[in-house]
Design a protein around this ligand. Sequence first.
Ligand code: OXD
Ligand code: MN
Length: 611
Amino acid sequence: MVEVDAVLESAGLKNDKVREYVRYWAGITGPEDIQVVSAADDVRLIRECLAAHEILPAGEGRYYSRSYHKDTARSEERTIVATNNPADKGVYNNWRPAAEMKAKLTGLMRGASAGKTMYVIPYLMAPPGSPLEKYAAGVQLTDNRSVVLHMIRMARVGVEYINELADPGSFARAVHVTGDLENLGQGTPDDKRYFVTVADERTILHFGSSYGGNALLGKIAHGLRQSSYDGWTSGRFLGEQFMLLGIVDRQTGKRYHICGGFPSASGKTNLAMMLPPEALGDRYYVEFYGDDIAWLWVGEDGRLYGMNPEFGVFGVARDTNETTNPTALESVAPGTRAIFTNVAYNEKTHEVWWEGRTENPPADLDGWLDWKGNRIADRGPVEADDPWAHPNSRFTTTLSNVPNVASDYADPRGVPIDAIIFGGRTRDREPLIRAITDVAEGVYDGLTLGAEATFAAEGVDGQLRYDPMSMRPFMSYPEGPYAAHWLNIVGQATKRPLFAHVNWFQRDPEDGHFLWPGYRENLRALLWLMQLKDGEVEGVKSPAGILPAKDELNLDGLDIDPGDLDKLLSIDVARWQQEMGFREQHLAQFPGLPEEIWEAHRRVAAALNDD
Ligand code: OXD
Ligand code: MN
């Protein structure tokens, strides 16, 4: 057995509560060795991982990793929020009793790190000095070296973040044990994986994966599930799966900040990293703050503030290219120390490729391996059309590598939020943008956010898979209190943000073409929203919010069909009325939903009927 205290002492880990926690879990998981890591260990750990073939070189200063082929994504069914209070059970949080889950996970983890090193990763999910720092400190234990490399990119890592805590016990306890990946029955009735957040004990216990949100516990488990629970119980903040961007108007000197939630596959990372359209580039500059998580609170000046608690980006590789997201490509350029996971890899040239990177895959197949490590050139007719990269393959890079990262991205004070936007992927009904000035109607809009079910297979035609505030997989407490907490936090602000709903994906019903070009052009809708906020435009009232008048959108340099623009800026009342019925069923699932939300629903329904 390792001399735990001697190791922690020599690593400069002084917090006694952290020592106690490491000792306790080392006693259970039984590692052969213990190492405390900090960001400065990255160079050594990369070298060790390369030597052990846990990662491979991907060109100068870039790396490639491949996960076990049944361990490639978050598993919603195996993810649980546990507490000691049955009243914490909601519709989406998969609630279970804390005692039951702690016993189960302790059993699964017992002796499961035998022969391995336990890495102790002290981290902070916030810029140091943040008003929410108290909720941001954590210590992840993991028996997987590649997970350490990812954590160093996604969080601020080092003993300095936990040695001097005002309350030494106020760190999230995040235990990750990989398990025997080949014998866990992933996706079968005998699935042994469990990803549990014991929210009222601020303890995260994840067993049976080394991938993404299942294994990088600072990110989703702490940054979203634990933080949203902490935000609710403290009454102080919101922790949401939101991107955060800034817009600088060089002509007026004004700066704006917009955050918002988008269900997966609705272009959130592309939006967060967006560049302005060519024709508007002299005047406007878009700044990147974060693509996945925002914590929101009300500052002493009565404004809503937001910050990205992460230190990096864990972005989906698929379809990332010079058109969709040139900024992302630059953020993983040679020398960035980025890590690619589960994309295709050329073992001779060390290049990487994924579907949508270029229109066609590389023509010369020499050296190319698919994400499972199989040679593309050896594929038979059955596999010929299989993707080269896994659809959930990723790139991991630090925020500072993003070329348009905001100069104040690490400012602990956060940035004032001018608007909160929601956007799904909707082929009809949702206009390009509709602004909402009333807080309850804005929160109602977030609660009824969704993305289209893929037609026929997953649902009724035109019916959304609802994903409230894009938090469905990360909900940690019941939806009724969640809505009340939103009303409370935003209601505390004396200078309120605007809300808006955006949709870049409306299609022509006849030939299916996208009505709006998307990507960089999306800035035009956001600029209109900021003009509305500043009282420079009035928009046109509709039953579902304020729409841009046709001449209010800045269309300089954009060639768009006038008929398409008409459809983008109008409301299909009949389709909206159908949607209101679906919304009613969706909201009725949530006991204790505040009356203000129901009133907002009835107001929109009545306005549609009067229209
Ligand atoms: C997610 C992620 O799973 O951002 O949503 O990784
Ligand atoms: Mn996410």
